[in-house]
Design a binder for this molecule. Structure first.
Ligand code: GRF
Length: 199
């Protein structure tokens, strides 16, 4: 058997978005730059007008919109997402600004294969508006976390974290921008780390 036969196929990622998609773009760029050994098999959005869909389209990546509003229950919506991702043989799911809570239907279907990025040093400041939470708390340091998704919000095992200073005069917006810059480097690194362990 020669080297090319031994090499396992490039793992396929499914990326779930609801909005801007700058972390999706960071993953696309990391793959293009050879910093992440993967391909994106599907970008799925629950919002038809998510600007991030354009990043996928420009990169020639398949996109799919499944609006949660078209489903009778959270579980039905999650079952449709599981089918779409499974049909494309996605091996890892990356949440990138996906603003829907996932039910056990989804989490159990991709057990230990769902990653999320959150703009705080979890377990600090889970949930919404973590940058404002950090400011309200008087924190001098916040950051970004990539973690596995389990059935508890922002509470799964941490994969990678990086600190970001909170500066005097920061607003939620300036802090969010400084953290986002770090997120864009951290997420591809974390995905590669997980893929290396799956092999
Ligand atoms: C990021 O700050 C991410 O940490 C959080 O939602 C935001 C998504 O931004 N989960 P983008 O859509 O990737 O630009």
């Amino acid at each position: 058997m020669d080297a090319s036969q031994k090499r396992s196929p490039t793992p396929l990622l499914g990326v779930l978005i609801s909005g801007r998609g700058s972390n999706l773009k960071a993953i696309i760029d990391a793959i293009a730059a050879g910093r992440l050994d993967a391909s994106i098999g599907l970008v799925l959005s629950n919002k038809p007008d998510a600007p991030g869909l354009d990043h996928a389209r420009h990169a020639g990546i398949e996109t799919l919109v499944l609006s949660h509003k078209d489903f009778a229950s959270r579980e039905d919506f999650d079952r449709a997402m599981v089918k779409a991702l499974s049909d494309r043989q996605v091996s890892l799911v990356c949440l990138a600004g996906f603003m829907r809570l996932l039910s056990p239907v989804f989490v159990d279907a991709f057990s230990n294969r769902i990653l999320n990025i959150h703009p705080s040093l979890l377990p600090k400041y889970p949930g919404l508006h973590p940058q404002q939470q950090a400011l309200d708390d008087g924190a001098q340091v916040s950051g970004a976390t990539v973690h596995f998704v389990n059935n508890d919000l922002d509470a799964g095992p941490v994969i990678l974290q990086r600190e970001v200073p909170v500066l005097v005069g920061d607003t939620a917006q300036t802090l969010a921008a400084r953290i986002l810059d770090v997120e864009h480097r951290l997420y591809p690194e974390a995905v590669q780390l997980v893929l290396d362990r799956l092999r």
